[in-house]
Design a protein around this ligand. Structure first.
Ligand code: UT7
Length: 310
């Protein structure tokens, strides 16, 4: 490997409108106690478009990196909720940011951001200098607000990172693992014009299994163990999933980032939202080893081990 990649900036965007569990309990047969105990979610943000949230998060990430939009070679927009069927929402984000570069959507459901991180790294190894990776979602548009089994889970939001080329010795993406088991696709899907359907219990069970497996693969590939990891940024679907996976991996829950109590499940935006929260909150120091892990519809899973270098 003659070159490597590292994160040089991050940014987030969340809609202003907050919907609490108490708000939902006014129209649904549910309660704050049930939602909190079963998921860890207390409130979620709703509103905006996948495009508008992506632009805001992307602009902030570019600002932190100090790079102009013209320096981007590619924009990858991880989303499972594009604004239109065609063109890719990334096209609209590209022109609004003032970039002239390749731009495409990537749909790997809630694993999309980590899939995108690996694609960005690959582009950089192939010669790109700077890639903007955004995870942006407006799941509230695909939720049946009368279905308590799904309405309480999801939220809208976006998170972005700028990934830049480095000399090989400074490479920060240490290892990765991607997975997908299409046999499980019927447990979580959304058809055109319909709402999200999910077999919660089955997805929960499979999520823990696939999450642990993909983390173990990334760790083995880097020749590292869980004791080498300073912080885990898992997909934010359910605090109990994170807890179960951590127990199996032998990682303390204190070492995980959890933003889902105030964001809900924002699919491919959840990991960059968690990463930004940890970085802004002083939980990441230069040189720390961070394990990112996503899982979701497909059923997809993805993990990446990186050294934090900001
Ligand atoms: O990001 C993509 C991946 N998605 C996920 O990872 C989600 C994975 N699944 C989960 O997080 C959990 O399965 C849920 C949070 C969706 C559900 O929690 P659970 O502990 O698995 O509950 P359950 O589906 O087994 O339902 C238990 C009971 C049922 O009632 P009965 O049959 O025991 O009488 C449900 O009807 O809870 C009931 N229930 C609710 N009660 C109050 C389901 N949703 C609600 C609700 N409020 N919102």
């Amino acid at each position: 490997m003659s070159r490597g990649s590292r994160i040089t900036g991050y940014g987030t965007a969340l809609p202003e409108r907050v919907i609490t569990n108490h708000d939902l309990a006014e129209t649904l047969d549910t309660s704050d106690t049930w939602i909190t105990e079963r998921t860890g979610i207390k409130e979620r943000r709703i509103g905006g478009s996948t495009r508008s949230l992506a632009i805001d998060a992307g602009q902030r990430a570019l600002q932190m990196s100090g790079l102009p939009a013209e320096s981007l070679d590619a924009i990858i927009l991880a989303t499972t909720t594009p604004d239109r069927v065609i063109p890719a929402t990334a096209s609209s984000v590209q022109t609004s940011l003032g970039a002239r570069c390749g731009a495409f959507d990537l749909n790997a459901a809630c694993s999309g951001f980590v899939y995108g991180l690996n694609v960005a790294h690959g582009l950089i190894l192939a010669g790109a200098e700077n890639v903007l990776l955004i995870g942006s979602e407006t799941l509230s548009r695909f939720v049946d607000w009368e279905d308590r089994a799904t309405a309480v889970l999801f939220g809208d939001g976006a998170g972005a990172v700028v990934i830049s080329a480095t000399p090989a010795e400074d490479n920060a993406l240490l290892s990765w693992a991607l997975d997908c088991n299409g046999e499980l696709e019927k447990s979580l899907y959304c058809d055109f014009g319909r709402f999200i359907y999910m077999e919660g219990r089955e997805v929960f069970r499979q999520a823990v299994r696939i999450m642990v497996a993909t983390c173990e693969r990334a760790l083995a590939s880097a020749g590292l163990g869980t004791t080498d990891v300073n912080l885990v940024v898992p997909h934010q679907a359910n605090a109990r999933i994170i807890q179960s996976a951590c127990e199996r991996l032998g990682i303390s829950e204190d070492q995980t980032v959890q933003v889902l109590s105030w964001t809900g499940n924002t699919s491919s935006a959840s990991i960059p939202l968690g990463l930004a929260d940890a970085a802004a909150g002083g939980r990441l120091r230069a040189g720390d080893i961070v394990l990112l892990v996503g899982f979701g519809a497909g059923m997809t899973a993805a993990s990446a081990l990186m050294r934090w270098e900001l």
